[in-house]
Design a binder for this molecule. Structure first.
Ligand code: DGL
Length: 279
């Protein structure tokens, strides 16, 4: 078990933010990253559909020696984290929601928090419920930023979108959060990582932006230590990358730039019978 992979997935490239933190905090762990680029965007699809993706991908990761599953996607965490825990009792599962909530609480003094995410995440009300369980006096505004995220998931400016266009959508969402009185803006979609500097510009120090990637990686670290699943190797890990879409070139190019080393993803198709076709 110790020499298994950290299985991590997202609908695309947003999960690289969590992967990067994992590589930083757990330098001897091997990552098995799956980007479901062939079925994205997750945001507008039903949570029932996304839940079935969570199951397919978790099976794929476990069949390829994952010792832990990290759902590096807020929409997929919202849809299927709890079910995945029940379905895979022998493999720890970590999602983004708890890390997002905890990191926001570290920084909010005014108890007014804005959650920016996909339609699926926002409409589920998952963050409101969790904040409310912890402290019913916390006020939450959740803002769905689908158009903005469609640009972010393709890499933002790197994906060919004009900065002014991204900025203008970002500013609209951010202004709504600031007008509400939020002192914390939780980036509850991992794709924000591709446009984080534009989000900072749009906020212009009027509130604090919280990215839960670091806290998620910390939770993974603690869990591996607690379960005794930490790698015993001190070799430079050989990470593996898979995607479900045709966009291998774009994925490799963005990933290599973002992670700081050359990645080479394999395209794979998943089916319900746990048969995998590598292309
Ligand atoms: N990266 C995902 C998230 O964190 C969703 C993006 C998508 O809509 O596919 O919610």
């Amino acid at each position: 078990m110790n020499e298994g992979f950290i299985g991590i997935f997202d609908s695309g490239i947003g999960g690289f933010s969590v992967a990067k933190e994992l590589m930083h905090q757990l330098p001897y762990e091997r990552l098995l990253y799956f980007g479901d680029t062939g079925r994205r965007p997750y945001g507008p699809q039903s949570l029932t559909t996304i839940k079935s993706y969570v199951m397919d991908i978790s099976n794929f990761l476990i069949d390829n020696k994952a010792k832990i599953i990290v759902i590096a996607c807020n929409t997929a965490s919202t849809a299927g984290e709890l079910e995945a825990r029940v379905a895979f009792p022998n493999v720890p599962v970590i999602g983004m929601v708890e890390a997002g909530v905890r990191s926001s609480l570290q920084y909010s003094t005014g108890k007014k928090i804005a959650v920016l995410g996909t339609k699926g995440t926002v409409e589920s009300g998952v963050f409101e419920r969790r904040f409310n369980e912890i402290d019913p006096s916390i006020e939450v505004i959740s803002i769905a930023t689908e158009d903005l995220l469609r640009m972010a998931e393709l890499g933002g400016e790197v994906g060919g979108f004009a900065k002014e266009h991204i900025y203008s959508l970002a500013k609209t969402a951010v202004d709504q959060a600031v007008d509400f009185g939020a002192d914390v803006l939780l980036l509850a979609c991992t794709d924000f990582t591709c446009i984080d500097y534009i989000m900072e510009e749009a906020v212009a120090a009027r509130a604090r932006i919280v990215d839960p990637a670091k806290e998620t990686a910390l939770q993974v670290k603690h869990l591996l230590e607690k379960t005794g699943f930490t790698s015993n190797s001190e070799a430079i890990p050989d990470h593996k990358f898979f995607i479900s879409g045709q966009d291998v070139k774009e994925f490799n190019s963005f990933g290599s730039q973002f992670l700081g080393f050359k990645i080479a993803a394999t395209k794979v198709t998943l089916d319900k019978n746990r048969r995998y076709h590598y292309i």
